[in-house]
Design a protein around this ligand. Structure first.
Ligand code: SAM
Length: 270
């Protein structure tokens, strides 16, 4: 039998460029928060979840509130778990601006939250935030704390930033990049736990980006490759010129990532 938790852990550790959370960086958190397409998609996903008005929701890795904010408008309460302080600043600003008062915020990584500290919530969500070394522990904790449903959003195949790394990584690091573990590993792990999730490919979801300024595009490429100085700028410049579309002074980066939703009814409800 394949040890899917170990498969995840091996790929997770080998693919990481640093043990830091990417979104602890203020510029990166703000750039995510500023992406209109991500907010529009979150609004649509929150509506598709169709939670009842009496529901409580636990949003793990809420970021700036892409799901927390639209869900808080329709449910009884949301608990947002978020380790990045810059992301929490963005979230608090949105809650203030919209006079939303039914959101509790816990500044922590999911693995560091004790299940005893939390009440079970009707809906537990982990949306593009599954940066856990021990995925099995993280998923079992979600399952224990969910009363009606657990919903995850993740990736299939090679993501857009991995495609960029495939093109540039070896010239920067002198070796091939390792890819992050994907939804097939989670599916198989949940299956072996007897949780049999529903799986849906989110056709039409795309977070193509438009950069008004050249330095923003360069900064994105640097952070994708984990370089924070100018050493590789010529390489990155040539990449932008040969791969990204230019229109009216703006640069467009197409998103070729496949996004996936996995969800299941928690074990206690079966
Ligand atoms: C790509 S953003 C996703 C934000 C939002 N959930 C969404 O759907 O757009 C990933 C978020 O997960 C958070 N995150 C990273 N590692 C985490 C962990 N171990 N536990 C909880 N959240 C984590 C990051 O700080 C970041 O805010």
């Amino acid at each position: 039998m394949v040890d899917w938790n170990q498969t995840w852990k091996d790929a997770f550790l080998a693919s990481r460029l640093t043990s830091d959370n990417y979104y602890d960086n203020e510029e990166q958190a703000k750039s995510y928060d500023a992406a209109e397409s991500i907010w529009a998609d979150g609004k649509k996903r929150a509506a598709d979840l169709d939670p009842g008005p009496s529901w409580s929701v636990l949003d793990i890795g809420s970021g700036p509130g892409i799901l927390t904010v639209p869900l808080a408008r329709t449910v009884r309460e949301v608990t947002a778990i978020e380790p990045s302080r810059p992301m929490i600043s963005c979230l608090k600003r949105h809650l203030d601006e919209e006079s939303i008062s039914n959101v509790g915020i816990i500044n922590s990584r999911w693995e560091d939250v004790s299940a005893k500290e939390l009440e079970p919530h009707d809906l537990v969500i982990g949306s593009y935030s599954l940066s856990f070394e021990d995925i099995k522990d993280a998923l079992l904790k979600m399952d224990r704390l969910a009363k009606k449903r657990v919903v995850l959003y993740w990736f299939a195949g090679t993501t857009n930033w991995e495609l960029i790394r495939e093109d540039l990584f070896s010239q920067v690091y002198g070796r091939k990049p390792v890819h992050y573990p994907k939804c097939n590993v989670i599916y198989n792990l949940l299956y072996d736990l007897g949780l049999y999730p529903d799986a849906e490919v989110l056709h039409g979801t795309s977070f193509s980006r438009e950069y008004a300024r050249y330095d923003q595009a360069l900064s994105y490429l640097r952070s994708t490759l984990g370089v924070f100085d100018t050493t590789h700028d010529e390489l990155l410049h040539n990449y932008i010129e040969s791969h990204w579309r230019r229109d009216d002074g703006r640069l467009f980066m197409e998103d070729k990532t496949t996004y996936v939703k996995l969800s299941w009814r928690p074990k206690g409800t079966r």
